[in-house]
Design a binder for this molecule. Structure first.
Ligand SMILES: [Ca+2]
Ligand SMILES: [Ca+2]
Ligand SMILES: [Ca+2]
Length: 146
């Protein structure tokens, strides 16, 4: 898909691949906005949540999830404590994205420590904390887009 722009004052025009252009600067490429019923010339819809899944449209574009499918979102789901007290959680990975998993025992000071990094692939990934007592621990997944 290509986008054609025309300036009626200067009579200048351009043609560019919509998949590589973000005309309104909201973090979502024009082609993705066209395909999902968003407005590629309005940056206000980047902050909106078209499918009501609690993740904004621009954040979904970065995560590689669908802006129009509420079942598609980056979301940590707590699984369970196993019999020995280990805690597991999961999230859906998107192909072409990289993930780092962090935990912290104290969010008010210090930095979260990486325990698993450079995770890629697709589909659900379950991570189990090998520590048997996770009381007071917080978990975070950082996403990187190449
Ligand atoms: Ca855009
Ligand atoms: Ca959403
Ligand atoms: Ca979604």
């Amino acid at each position: 898909m290509y986008t054609f722009t025309f300036n009626d004052s200067s009579l200048a025009y351009s043609i560019y691949p919509a998949a590589s252009r973000d005309s309104d600067g909201d973090g979502i490429h024009d082609e993705e906005e066209f395909n999902n019923g968003l407005n590629p010339l309005s940056r206000t819809d980047g902050a909106e949540d078209a499918d009501g899944d609690s993740v904004g449209n621009a954040a979904e574009a970065v995560a590689g999830t669908s802006e129009i499918d509420p079942s598609s979102r980056l979301w940590l789901t707590p699984r369970t404590f196993d019999p020995s007290g280990r805690f597991s959680f999961a999230w859906e990975r998107v192909s072409g994205r990289w993930y780092d998993e962090y935990y912290s025992t104290n969010l008010s000071s210090g930095q979260p420590l990486p325990s698993l990094t450079n995770l890629s692939g697709s589909g659900s990934l379950t991570v189990t904390d090998e520590v048997r007592s996770v009381q007071g621990r917080s978990y975070m997944v950082r996403l990187r887009k190449p």
